[in-house]
Design a protein around this ligand. Structure first.
Ligand code: PLP
Length: 381
């Protein structure tokens, strides 16, 4: 009998929940009107659905005095926040200022910043501590008089660590620096109770939280000015031209509602499986290293290095049994820049895996994963 591999890669993407699909259904077929056109009743109704969705997002995420901009995903939200704010800053001040970020950010932050560097801005990529967290001292030392923008992710997609945004935000505020955070991996996994005190601009993605792909959000303070990345019909406050994907917005809004409602229960379930997985692997495998702090961490993430194991062989043999990630889903098979930034060697980074638990993961999946990985590591060694 051929058994399908166990999926432990839910940080790459999640399936849409049934309730989410059902919420979208009418907007593909009978209610397909364009929310931006006011030419008939159907369009006016579509526009009302868009604005109700926006208000619901504000309510579920408890946002005050914030603008919710729908985008195509976290990649676009990050690009809009960083490039849009930097170019607007340059237009207002005539200066190319200084931007701070972390070496362990997602490429969807690092690449826009590298692009800005080519345009004349200066960028500091701070090295995190060994546990993946930002050091207060290093952060304060990195700030220059010309620093105008900081981007530090809320939770890391590879090692799951949760950055201390409260103090980062209060330092930024005290110096008049705008803070952006990539929170693509967070809704439904950690409490979203105080978003107004974590950053001026926040990125979210739908397909990491059991919503549809191709939709994201950028939340910004009302007074933040951004230059749009592309222009045209002027949708989304002139910040994101293009016909509004209403079915995706309705689905994402539903996914947020469900995720927020179930955060505590889901986080406990995910952490229970994750902790059992770690316990089982630790009991069976000697010389195992967990990457990233286990205290400030997403409940569904585990990232482990197996020293003295040929990484290529490990991943090849794991493939038919367990679907997991060797780095980030977007790293195109290159060794993880996150693990390298934590001080891992190329070899160690290659013999590391990210296991991410999902709502569909069972105790049987965890038990099988423990025995498969333990067996493989022992035989390869
Ligand atoms: C932290 C983080 N930022 C950004 C992205 C890109 O998100 P999207 O697929 O919504 O563009 C991802 C997806 O892997 C992510 O994990």
């Amino acid at each position: 009998m051929v058994t399908s591999p166990i999926l432990l890669d839910y940080q790459s993407s999640t399936p849409c929940l049934k309730e989410v699909v059902e919420s979208m259904n009418p907007y593909w077929t009978e209610n397909f009107a364009n929310p931006s056109s006011k030419s008939n009743l159907a369009n006016i109704n579509a526009s009302a659905v868009l604005e109700v969705s926006r208000e619901r997002v504000q309510t579920y995420l408890k946002l005050k005095n914030r603008r919710v901009i729908f985008t195509s995903g976290a990649t676009e939200s990050n690009n809009l926040a960083l490039i849009g704010f930097a170019r607007n800053f340059n237009k207002r001040t005539g200066k190319y200022g200084h931007i701070i970020t972390l070496k362990t950010e997602h490429q969807a932050v690092l690449e826009p910043l590298r692009k800005l560097k080519k345009e004349g801005y200066t960028v500091t990529e701070i090295e995190p501590e060994k546990n993946g967290l930002l050091s207060k001292q290093k952060f304060i030392e990195a700030i220059k008089p010309e620093t105008f923008l900081v981007s530090i992710m809320l939770a890391n997609n590879e090692i799951g660590v949760i950055q201390p945004l409260q103090w980062i935000y209060s330092i930024c505020k005290s110096k008049g620096i705008v803070l952006h955070t990539d929170a693509a991996q967070c809704i439904g996994y950690i409490p979203m109770k105080d978003l107004d005190s974590i950053a001026n601009m926040i990125t979210f993605s739908s397909h990491k939280i059991y919503g549809p792909k191709g939709i994201g959000i950028l939340v910004i303070d009302e007074e933040i000015e951004l230059d749009p990345l592309f222009v045209g019909g002027g949708q989304e406050f002139g910040l994101r031209s293009g016909t509004i994907p209403l079915p995706l917005i309705v689905g994402f809004t539903k996914a947020i509602e469900i995720a927020i409602r179930n955060t505590k229960e889901n986080a406990e379930k995910l952490a229970f499986h994750r902790d059992n997985l770690l316990k089982g692997l630790t009991e069976n495998i000697s010389l195992l290293e967990v990457n990233g702090s286990m205290y400030e961490r997403l409940p569904h993430n585990l990232n482990i290095t197996f020293p003295k194991v040929n990484g290529a062989l490990l991943h090849k043999r794991l493939k038919p049994k367990i679907i997991c990630s060797s780095g980030s889903a977007c790293s195109n098979g290159k060794p993880s820049h996150v693990l390298l930034a934590l001080g891992k060697s190329l070899k160690e980074a290659e013999s590391s895996i990210r296991l991410s638990i999902g709502l569909m993961t069972s105790s049987d999946d965890i038990d099988t994963t423990i025995s498969e990985i333990s067996y493989l590591v022992k035989t390869i060694r």
